[in-house]
Design a protein. Structure first.
Length: 244
């Protein structure tokens, strides 16, 4: 009987104080684990957002580089005649011109004419620009309206052109600029609404040196203003046009 009582004492469990201490330690460990998880999660999200912003900036630079490399494409004769330039800059706008398509008139064109009949007006829209030229002269006009196969230009032609010797180029005009109010780098093609190219942009600078035919682009993001992304582009089409 005495042995049974001794065995019962040895089998005694944790006391209430010991149980509370164990539970408290467990809760402390759980809370510390949750805090550590939240800390690592925040670091991961910051790194993820940083990498996504970096990828977006590089993608925007690549897109602008493609536009610049296309500058002056198909405009060899108009550039040599001094009618237009493949790349220009104007009050925060970087403007890139290239050929959209060739058009053909149905008849000879005369000085003072404003309504012109074309063989096709596919993809010809109001607000776009046309370059008229022959071997010795030319001019650039914007389209004010399109009526069936006729186009109406914004101002009368300054010269007359023979149908067989006349070139008409529908121009593609791409504009790049920073919307400073909304901090958005935008891209606009012809008269269509501008599209966002990169959000949260704090800096967008560019320079075009005609003598060296070199374009530099610089941009920075709101999230990291100290990190500046920069590229240099040599548009070969404008170089070819100016050296011939």
């Amino acid at each position: 009987m005495v042995n049974r009582e001794k065995q019962a004492k040895h089998k005694k469990g944790f006391s209430l104080v010991e149980s509370l201490l164990c539970v408290s330690l467990f809760l402390i460990i759980v809370l510390m684990s949750l805090e550590f998880f939240d800390f690592t999660r925040n670091i991961f999200l910051k790194l993820k957002n940083k990498e996504e912003s970096r990828g977006a900036a590089i993608a925007a630079l690549d897109k602008m580089k493609t536009d610049l490399l296309n500058g002056g494409s198909g405009l060899l004769e108009p550039i040599q005649l001094g009618l237009c330039e493949g790349i220009t800059q104007d009050e925060g706008l970087l403007i890139i011109l290239s050929k959209d398509k060739n058009l053909s008139p149905l008849n000879d064109l005369f000085e003072g004419q404003t309504q012109i009949t074309l063989k096709s007006i596919y993809n010809v829209k109001k607000g776009m620009e046309l370059c008229f030229f022959d071997s010795s002269k030319g001019e650039v006009k914007s389209i004010s309206s399109v009526i069936k196969k006729d186009i109406v230009i914004s101002s009368p032609l300054e010269y007359s052109y023979l149908k067989e010797k006349t070139g008409i180029i529908l121009l593609k005009k791409t504009s790049l600029f920073l919307d400073k109010n909304k901090k958005i780098l935008r891209r606009k093609v012809n008269s269509s609404p501008s599209q966002p190219l990169l959000e949260e942009t704090s800096i967008f600078d560019f320079t075009y040196e005609k003598t060296t035919n070199l374009v530099s682009l610089r941009l920075a993001l709101q999230s990291n203003k100290e990190k500046v992304y920069e590229i240099f582009v040599f548009p070969k089409n404008t170089a070819i046009a100016t050296t011939r």
